[in-house]
Ligand binder design. Structure first.
Ligand code: GLU
Ligand code: ASP
Length: 497
């Protein structure tokens, strides 16, 4: 979009009114707060809902299937950002796309809130996968639109937004998790639906006043003559996928196992295609090509990091429910509450890290070094989980403090990697593809979870030590490798740091 129009957008947003930030940030903060509340609230219950027996209110799936489904679901939720980016870019603009996304997500939670079985679960998943793909990357990219390019508040705006995400994720397990585990899973999912409804209401009620023109712009609209062709192709593709899917299910060829394999392959193929297309595009300059190559090791590191971080809501959630002494200091803990630890540590430590980077100024580690720190802490967070079984075996329950320590360590890594990675992605992606950079970053997480789906099945009490040991060790090794390569990577980044 041309600069004049960018300025017009910024001028249409009241530039003060939310902690010294543009008023638009209020709308985006609370929309995303409530969306994440619904997502992480649902996620805190979902694993238990899937493998608890029918008499306990669950679906009675076997554990390793439930773990794999969690990963595939998490992967698709972030993979679908590609669709959301495309729809915003070419058809609706970000703001309207966010709205439709929110509606689909809310419907998804409502389906889960109704007391029905496995089919309802899959319907809900489809709605939430598409809905989140429409909402999440786009609400994040509107944050970038409410500041002018030179605005010094920009970075801190993103940090405040990240706090909103985690504040939503923090209270969700305590409310949705508690109600779901204390009373009834469906009631819990119902609260998640109400959360998304509040998010939508905030968005609709305040967007005109606070966001002005931000998000209304369609960056690269489909020309009317293109429309017919593109829609026909999309229609055919959707029909083909639906047809093959139905045929697969009816004939029994499309098993959950095969679906898992399919998504795992997509998790590798999609980012690889992204890189190839960007690298070979005529619009990409030589400097940008070098930056793209530098981005590849960072992408792989981020994948490894999210592979561990995201197991917090499946492997560690299972661990919390089965391996942890939940009677602690006179209270009866709920396993879903452990999901609150990651966002709690993020919210408390994010300001400390912001201060640290500022204090270090020019002496702070380079992006690649921060990524290797991220991997190092993620690796440690798994290695400490060896101890309970190593010290006391798997017959006695572990202290909940081990999990607290593990979540604490992974968050140290997350704060070195996640905000930095998002910023680096926007700077390293070729400018012709800048609109898609949010989705590119979320692909690091999508690919990680796609691969997790293949890995999580190896976790059992018997394999616990080896499982945490190998994955934790691999992350640390990769971290060391990245550290050694970091001067070279930094050079290839051509001035971006
Ligand atoms: N946990 C964060 C969120 O839900 C970040 C996910 C990511 O960047 O992959 O927004
Ligand atoms: N830290 C994650 C993210 O930033 C939230 C979570 O895992 O609960 O949103």
């Amino acid at each position: 979009m041309d600069n004049n129009y960018k300025q017009k957008i910024v001028q249409s947003v009241p530039q003060k009114g939310f902690f010294g930030h543009p008023k638009g940030l209020f709308t985006l903060f609370f929309t995303e707060f409530w969306e994440r509340f619904s997502y992480y609230g649902m996620k805190a219950l979902l694993l238990y809902y899937m493998y608890y027996s029918v008499s306990e209110g669950g679906l009675g799936l076997d554990k390793s299937t439930a773990l794999a489904i969690m990963s595939i679901y998490g992967s698709l939720v972030y993979m679908s950002g590609i669709i959301g980016g495309w729809i915003a870019d070419r058809l609706l603009g970000t703001s309207r796309t966010v709205f439709y996304g929110g509606v689909l997500i809310m419907l998804g939670h409502i389906v889960l809130a109704l007391p029905s079985g496995t089919t309802a679960l899959f319907v809900s998943m489809v709605l939430i996968v598409i809905g989140t793909g429409l909402l999440k990357p786009n609400v994040s990219s509107i944050v970038g639109d409410v500041y002018s390019e030179e605005d010094a508040r920009r970075d801190s705006g993103f940090s405040i937004f990240y706090m909103g995400i985690n504040a939503g994720a923090l209270i969700a397990p305590l409310i949705v998790g508690t109600i779901g585990q204390e009373y009834n899973f469906h009631l819990g999912f119902g609260i998640a639906a109400i959360g998304m409804f509040i998010g939508l209401a905030v968005f609709v009620a305040t967007k005109k006043k606070n966001l002005g023109l931000a998000g209304t712009y369609v960056a690269n609209p489909l020309a009317p003559e293109e429309k017919k062709k593109v829609f026909t192709r999309i229609g055919l593709a959707v029909a083909l996928i639906a047809g093959l899917g139905t045929a697969g299910i009816v004939t029994g060829t499309l098993t959950i196992d095969r679906f898992v394999t399919l998504v795992s392959i997509l998790g590798i193929v999609i980012p690889a295609m992204y890189f190839i297309v960007m690298y070979r595009s005529e619009k990409t300059t030589d400097v940008e090509r070098s930056r793209l190559l530098a981005y590849i090791p960072l992408f792989i590191a981020a994948m490894m990091f999210w592979a561990i971080q995201e197991q917090g809501s499946n492997i560690l959630a299972l661990y919390a429910d089965e391996r942890v002494q939940l009677q602690f200091a006179g209270i009866e803990l709920k396993s879903s509450w452990f999901q609150t630890l990651n966002p709690l540590f993020i919210v408390t430590l994010a300001p400390v890290f912001a201060w640290l980077w500022m204090k270090l100024g020019k002496r702070q580690p380079s992006t690649a070094k921060k990524f290797s720190l991220g991997l190092f802490f993620a690796g440690l967070s798994f290695l400490v989980m060896i101890f309970p079984a190593y010290l006391n075996g798997t017959d006695s329950l572990a202290s909940p403090l081990w999990l607290v320590l593990s979540f604490f360590l992974v968050v140290l890594g997350e704060l070195c990697l996640s905000p930095v990675g998002l910023a680096a992605t926007t700077k390293l992606a070729p400018s012709a593809f800048s609109a898609q950079t949010m989705s590119l970053w979320f692909l690091t997480n999508a690919s990680a979870q796609a691969i997790n789906a293949k890995i999580v099945g190896y976790y059992t009490e018997e394999t616990e030590i080896v499982y945490f040991g190998i994955i934790g060790g691999a992350a640390i090794l990769l971290g060391i490798l990245l550290f050694l390569l970091s001067p070279k990577i930094q050079k290839m980044m051509k001035g971006v740091n």
